[in-house]
Ligand binder design. Sequence first.
Ligand SMILES: [Mg+2]
Ligand SMILES: [Zn+2]
Length: 191
Amino acid sequence: MEYITPIVTPTVFLDRDGVINKDKGVYITSWNQFEFLPGFLDVIREFTERGFKIIIVTNQPQIERKMLEESELDYIHYNMGFEIMKSGGKIDGIYYCPHSSNKCECRKPKSGMLLKAKKEHNIDFKNSIIIGNSWKDMNAGSNVGCTTCFLIDRLTDLHKCDKEPDFCIADIYQAKDLIPAFFNTLNVERE
Ligand SMILES: [Mg+2]
Ligand SMILES: [Zn+2]
């Protein structure tokens, strides 16, 4: 009997606010407020060219708080995806938690969104990294065995991380070389 070796694509999980777009300390409820962080579009193009799977996982509690309609959030994400595509990048999936309390299984620091993405996109957490600017992203990732990359953009509560982040970066641009170099060390087969 012949076995076919499963081919697993390295996956980059991205938090949204503070990683893709500027985290202005207020909830983004319209496309007008959405501003890409400098360098992000270059970084995602680089990830795309390297063949990584790119999945966004974002807490959007303003939905349950009735500050934002899901259709408006979809519109923001549609525009975001279009700008990324124009820059030569792509996104394989966007998962958001609409809930405002910790009762659900999807709100980070819980790992529900990552687990759902794993099922739907054939992801191997050992060949995955999560980039986020909150301890919640780090715990959502480390609790399922993802490598973690902490974007430290403010006085961040590092002590709330269950596990020390594997990488720390000061801005998203630093991920451009670091993440491909990290995946090269894993010797992963590409799709
Ligand atoms: Mg964030
Ligand atoms: Zn949720």
